[in-house]
Design a binder for this molecule. Structure first.
Ligand SMILES: Cc1ncc(COP(=O)(O)O)c(C=O)c1O
Length: 388
């Protein structure tokens, strides 16, 4: 077989990487050593941590660590199979009951990640004859989930209810089912979805609603149940998903809603049925985290106090994107500007990542506040701002 004239089918990879470098879109990992907290050691340098989603500071909490150790002792490291075969333990059910109680829903289902929760739920709910309409800034897992489902997918302009109404009015009648999807806290902006108006439109056009509470759970609402609680929409007919990996300091995702919904997902969500159950350690850590969310509302108060302080500091020096959450973003002109500012902050002992296209349409520096940032750390940040 002649080989000399065959081109390398993988050569495009290096060409694509060169293009990413030229556009300043290239990404690489940074190694963090030691336990996570409000200070982290990044490649040997101690930095005040404004880069994690660990809003309540639970990922390094000794109670979660102990719960994970105990569960590993009891059940072993892996759950050894899918939940429907050998992967179901009493602690999975305990966690699902705790999530349903927090969200005040009839039931909940735990997935092995939030990404898998969105992909599997959307695939179970809609197909070729259906329509998904989502906010243009939705998380990748909602967007990819919609595409993978085979439904017709349309975006509406960010938090724009008029545009959503217009799309529902012109499109809804052509499809069997309709699903509206939205982040409740937008992960790379920090603003909130207009939930009450969105639910009203869903009712008018007979659409299901899937809200992604990944950055809201444990953070918003009087009891930390999320944006649904924050807007007084608890108990309304909608599907709530979220993750155990942010304010809850563990790993895994969940869907909370009516008993028939959860029963249906157990039977039809491929990313729940055909994957290994959440590890005992992650499951037990998440149970411990929800107990803390229930019992220590003062953590949320500290988080919001710290958020107000950091917002005021950043706003005095930079253009900060509108935010109603502990996610605060400085708007910048180019990916290069974002990378340079992130480096200048890092040189001064601050860890805040540059977020660039294609993750977001415009480049920015993203700060996420933690309940465990100390007044001293915030004062130190204030002094450093003057040096930039
Ligand atoms: C809004 C949103 N949804 C879903 C996810 C996915 O969650 P997980 O990290 O548990 O896969 C994330 C996390 O990156 C997120 O920010």
């Amino acid at each position: 077989m002649p080989t000399e004239n065959l081109s390398d089918p993988y050569a495009w990879l290096e060409r694509s990487l060169r293009t990413l470098h030229q556009a300043h879109w290239y990404r690489d990992v940074k190694t963090i050593t030691g336990r996570t907290g409000s200070v982290v050691t990044v490649e040997g340098q101690d930095l005040i941590n404004f880069a994690s989603n660990d809003y309540l500071g639970l990922a390094g909490d000794k109670r979660l660590i102990q719960a994970a150790r105990d569960a590993t002792q009891t059940y072993g490291t892996g759950s050894t199979g899918s939940r429907l075969l050998t992967g179901h333990r009493p602690i999975h059910q305990q966690l699902e009951q705790a999530i349903a109680a927090l969200k005040q829903t009839e039931a909940a289902l735990v997935f092995s990640s939030g990404y898998l929760a969105n992909i599997g739920t959307i695939a179970a709910l809609v197909g070729k004859r259906d329509l998904v309409v989502g906010d243009q800034y939705n998380h990748s897992s909602l967007k990819k989930g919609a595409i993978l489902s085979g439904a017709t997918v349309r975006d509406y302009r960010h938090v724009d209810l008029d545009d959503l109404a217009q799309q529902l009015q012109t499109q809804r009648a052509h499809y069997r089912r309709c699903l509206i999807t939205t982040d409740t806290v937008f992960s790379m902006d920090g603003d909130l979805c207009p939930l009450p108006g969105l639910l009203a439109l869903a009712e008018q056009y007979e659409a299901m609603v899937l809200v992604d509470e990944a950055h809201a759970t444990g953070v918003l609402g009087d009891r930390g149940a999320g944006v649904v609680e924050h807007y007084g929409c608890t108990g309304q007919s909608l599907i709530q998903m979220g993750t155990l990996s942010k304010a809850l300091g563990s790993l895994g995702g969940y869907v909370a809603g009516s008993a028939p919904l959860i029963d249906f997902l157990r039977n039809r969500a491929p990313s729940w049925i055909y994957t290994t159950g959440l590890t005992p350690a992650d499951t037990a850590a998440a149970i411990a985290a929800i107990e803390i969310v229930n019992q220590e509302p003062e953590r949320r108060s500290r988080l919001w106090d710290n958020t107000a302080k950091l917002k005021a500091l950043l706003s005095a020096h930079f253009q900060v994107l509108p935010s109603d959450s502990p996610i605060l973003c400085i708007q910048l002109h180019s990916p290069q500007d974002a990378l340079q500012l992130a480096q200048r902050f890092q040189n001064q002992g601050i860890f805040a990542p540059a977020i660039r296209p294609p993750t977001v349409p415009t480049s920015r520096l993203r700060f996420s506040v933690m309940a465990i940032h100390t007044p001293e750390q915030l004062n130190q940040f204030e002094s450093l701002l003057a040096l930039l």
